[in-house]
Design a protein around this ligand. Structure first.
Ligand code: 5GP
Length: 346
């Protein structure tokens, strides 16, 4: 046993220090980024925020809505090939350019993903997602997907440490997904005691990835637009959101009524709710590592997206970053013992 003594930080432990700026208005801030990915060589431009591949967030409707803002959607893995075919037939080109096809690591996942990708050459992104990206099986699966799809952008995870980011990039990942335990409906830290404060994970993993010409996604833990700014400030190339995009019209979630109020179910993909829905229940040998919550309906997602992007533009203005690309360079975090004034709630 060993104890690492240096302090690891989450979003709540810091604020971004304001800096002198020549920007006159937040409308001058450019949030669009262009990446050319390491293995696939594919070039993509857009706003690097991604809807999480959860079955009540990463939906086809969400992809339609977010693509109009240049955002990506990691479409969840539970749609059938036929549903994908129908979506592709109905969607315009720009939507498909903003879609990631999610997959797990089973043989059935592999076959299905190749079938989906063969439906349209515009589908360029694969999101290879497991709760624990440290397993040898996962690395071997990644290598296999890279061999089968040399021209696709592979986003793989989740991990939280530099050495594993390097291993995944060297095994074929263009982008590594970073985050174990910070999610809004995640109970991994409670059930297993395993995790890593998200901001430190992002800072350390970004450094490792960038050293090899790869990118990272900060996945999980953003509760407010300021957290998204902190993730980018810490070095994330992309930020993935679940809870912040939940309970909108586009979520395709189950609506229940409690005391006359309409609420939408939102749950972790390893929760009992998700396992019951997709695999018939929680297997005997495992514990659920996600929770289920009911949330007031939030209407169309576009208002929330404007709020997030507005916050991000404002953060850039406060530190004098003309482009999102410059935010990390312009960021100095200060460690704090307070965040917002809670006198009147959120
Ligand atoms: P959020 O933005 O809601 O804080 O975090 C979203 C992320 O939480 C997802 O992208 C995924 O990585 C993670 N997540 C989703 N469902 C579960 C779950 O049931 N258990 C765990 N441990 N993580 C989850």
């Amino acid at each position: 046993m060993r104890i690492e003594e240096d302090l690891k930080l989450g979003f709540k432990d810091v604020l971004i220090r304001p800096k002198r700026s020549t920007l006159k208005s937040r409308s001058e801030v450019e949030l669009e980024r262009t990446f050319t990915f390491k293995h696939s060589g594919h070039s993509w431009s857009g706003t690097p925020v991604i809807a999480a591949n959860m079955d009540t967030v990463g939906t086809f409707s969400m992809a339609e809505a977010l693509a109009s803002f240049g955002l990506l959607t990691a479409v969840h893995k539970h749609y059938s090939v036929e549903q994908w075919q129908a979506f592709i037939t109905l969607s315009s080109e720009s939507v498909l350019r903003h879609v990631m096809v999610s997959t797990g690591t089973s043989e059935a996942d592999f076959t299905k993903t190749l079938k989906i990708l063969s439906l349209s050459p515009l589908l360029k992104f694969i999101c290879l997602d497991v709760a624990n990206g440290y397993s040898e099986h996962f690395v071997e699966f990644l290598q296999r997907v890279r061999e089968a799809c040399p021209d696709k952008v592979i986003c793989a995870g989740n991990v939280v440490t530099g050495e594993m980011v390097e291993e995944l990039i060297l095994s074929g990942a263009d982008i590594v997904k970073v985050g174990i335990g910070p999610g809004s409906v995640c109970t991994t830290r409670v059930k297993t005691g395993v995790g890593y404060p998200q901001l430190s994970a992002v800072i350390e993993c970004a450094d490792a990835a960038h050293g090899l010409g790869g990118q990272i996604v900060s996945d999980g833990g953003c509760a407010v637009p300021g957290d998204v700014a902190k993730a980018f400030g810490g070095g994330a190339d992309f930020v993935m959101l679940g809870g912040m995009l939940a309970a909108h019209d586009e979520c395709e979630g189950t609506v229940v009524e409690e005391n006359g109020e309409k609420l939408m179910l939102f749950y972790g993909m390893s929760s009992e709710s998700a396992m019951k829905r997709h695999v018939g229940g929680v297997a005997q040998y495992r514990a659920a590592e996600g929770k289920t919550v009911t949330l007031p309906l939030r209407g169309p997602v576009e208002n929330t997206v404007r709020d997030i992007l507005g916050g991000l533009r404002s953060a850039c203005t406060y530190v004098g970053a003309e482009r999102l690309k410059e935010l990390t360079k312009r960021t100095t975090f200060i460690r704090v013992a307070e965040q917002e004034n809670r006198l009147f709630g959120q």
